[in-house]
Design a protein around this ligand. Structure first.
Ligand code: ADP
Ligand code: MG
Length: 489
């Protein structure tokens, strides 16, 4: 998605470029600050469980429109409630995913677990959602935020994002701009999400029960996960966190008499999935069996299977259709506000509407992004690559995908710092994606906790389609809030 030549550039928080000697010095300090405060990851190229690299970061915080940031924050409880209601609407989930599961094996496997759980009744009525709603400002609508996606599973970076605000404040202060710190909103994402897990643990109500993190075989994003684990132990010394892969749970897990999930002699109160959202996490039937075992257990799942399905791209697409929100939200003002964050999302189901989408994508592919039902980055098809991708699919296969209008974010200019990258770093053109975290806990009838829980900003090169932080072109960042009348520094 290379940005167009006339894309507006947001004013920077400080004047750039920095003199080279100052830049070298502050970048070196920021790298050490990051490592020492855990804004770090395991290396993919030289993995060692004994060492960390700093996570790629943007040196000076990127500007983001204050009004739009505040809008996203204010919307989060409404979005939490929306997703909670969607997750509990069996009919909506079933009809929405009906075509998709015919051709998408992974979603079909998830859906099968859902079907089986429905048939036997939910052992645990409560769910906890730790959500992250992702946005970009859209330059064609006065930088109004548009939702990129909503994550209901493994919403990550709350831990590191929390550390990055003090890091970038440190950098601004080092550069003599302590007067600007007030434009960087505080971020309590880590506490917000972990306190949510503990609220679910309280609902479970067994003092000796543990919180189980489901993890990948190898965790590169280890600090982000450990932040959660360590915060919980430090803040609630009586609560233990266990880390297990799906394979481990298959080997060790069993259900007790009241369907409580037992790992050895430990009972699990809450399961927090940081894995299980992509096919590669399920090596064999064993991992699917483990997922099913957990879903049928009494443990409170984050997310439970219906929450996971509610976060699929297909459901997001269905929600953006006219009049669908009315099914889940009562207040007309809220419907209007949520409706405005949706950009065009189009079905590719094997029917008239889906065929019209197909024709439209072939005519003007540069306006769109094509998305499958996958999480974790690197799965989408962009612009001019769309026609070939679509033509390779049968009509039925297309229903595993959705089409979405491309959002055009404004540019910012800044220094992106990566392990092994140029020193001093060069000024690059970048675009940012804001994530707002939310916590929602409840059962089909009631929501007992619902709050906004901090934010994260991910910034990528403007020429990159995607900005995975670990994958290569993205970096962690925090918003520096600007008003529309702010002048270029
Ligand atoms: P994933 O579940 O893989 O994170 P996303 O829908 O978030 O899937 O897409 C991955 C990335 O692709 C986003 O972080 C963003 O950089 C880019 N992207 C996705 N949708 C759009 C869009 N409509 N317009 C512009 N960029 C997009
Ligand atoms: Mg995403």
């Amino acid at each position: 998605m290379s940005s167009e030549a006339n894309t507006p550039v947001l004013p920077n928080c400080i004047r750039l470029p920095l003199p080279e000697d100052e830049l070298l010095e502050v970048t070196a300090k920021a790298k050490d600050y990051a490592i020492m405060h855990g804004a770090a990851m395991r290396s993919k190229t030289a993995f060692s469980p004994d060492s960390l690299n700093f996570a790629p970061f943007v040196l000076v915080p990127s500007s983001f429109p204050r009004k739009e940031f505040e809008k996203a924050v204010a919307l989060q409880p409404i979005i939490n409630r929306l997703m909670h209601n969607v997750a509990h609407d069996e009919e909506f989930i079933t009809t929405t995913l009906a075509e998709t599961i015919k051709v998408d094996e992974f979603t079909a496997n998830l859906f099968n677990i859902y079907r089986k759980v429905l048939a036997h009744g939910f052992t645990q009525a409560y769910s906890i959602g730790l959500l992250r709603s992702d946005y970009m400002a859209h330059v064609y609508e006065d930088c109004a935020i548009k939702q990129v996606e909503i994550n209901t599973v493994a919403s990550s970076f709350a831990g590191i994002a929390t550390q990055l605000v003090p890091q970038q404040k440190f950098v601004l202060s080092e550069l003599g701009h302590a007067d600007k710190l007030h434009n960087m909103p505080n971020n309590n994402a880590l506490a917000g999400l972990c306190d949510g897990m503990v609220k679910a643990w309280d609902i479970y109500g067994k003092p000796k029960a543990v919180i189980l993190f489901i993890i990948e075989d190898v965790s590169y994003n280890i600090c982000d996960q450990r932040f959660h684990e360590f915060y919980i132990r430090e803040t609630y010394p009586h609560i233990k966190v266990l880390r297990r892969t799906l394979t481990d749970v298959h080997k060790e897990g069993k259900l007790g008499q009241s369907k409580e999930l037992l790992l050895g002699n430990l009972e699990v109160a809450v399961i927090y999935f940081r894995a299980g959202y992509e096919p590669g996490h399920y090596h064999s039937q064993a991992e699917w069996d483990a997922r099913y075992l957990m879903e049928t257990s009494l443990a409170i799942k984050c997310p439970s299977i219906h929450y996971h399905l509610a976060g699929t791209k297909k459901v997001q697409q269905a929600l953006a259709q006219p009049a669908v929100l009315e099914r889940f939200i009562n207040d007309p003002d809220e419907i209007k506000a949520v409706g405005k964050i949706f950009t065009g999302l189009y079905s590719l189901d094997d029917n008239e509407a889906g065929n019209a989408t197909y024709e439209m994508a072939l005519r003007t592919p540069e306006k769109f992004v094509l998305k499958p039902q996958r999480e974790g980055g690197g799965n989408n098809v962009y612009g001019v690559d769309i026609p070939d991708a679509l033509k390779r699919m049968s009509r039925v296969e297309r229903s595993a995908w959705i089409l979405m209008d491309l959002i055009h974010p404004p540019l910012t200019k800044g220094y992106m710092v990566r392990p092994g990258g140029d020193m001093p770093p060069q000024i690059v053109d970048m675009v940012s994606e804001l994530g707002i975290f939310g916590v929602v806990i409840g059962d089909a009838e009631h929501i007992v906790h619902n709050y906004q829980a901090g934010h994260m900003l991910r910034t990528k090169l403007s020429t990159a389609n995607e900005g995975g932080v670990a994958a290569g072109l993205g970096a962690l960042d925090s918003p520096y809030l600007i008003d529309s009348d702010d002048e270029q520094n």
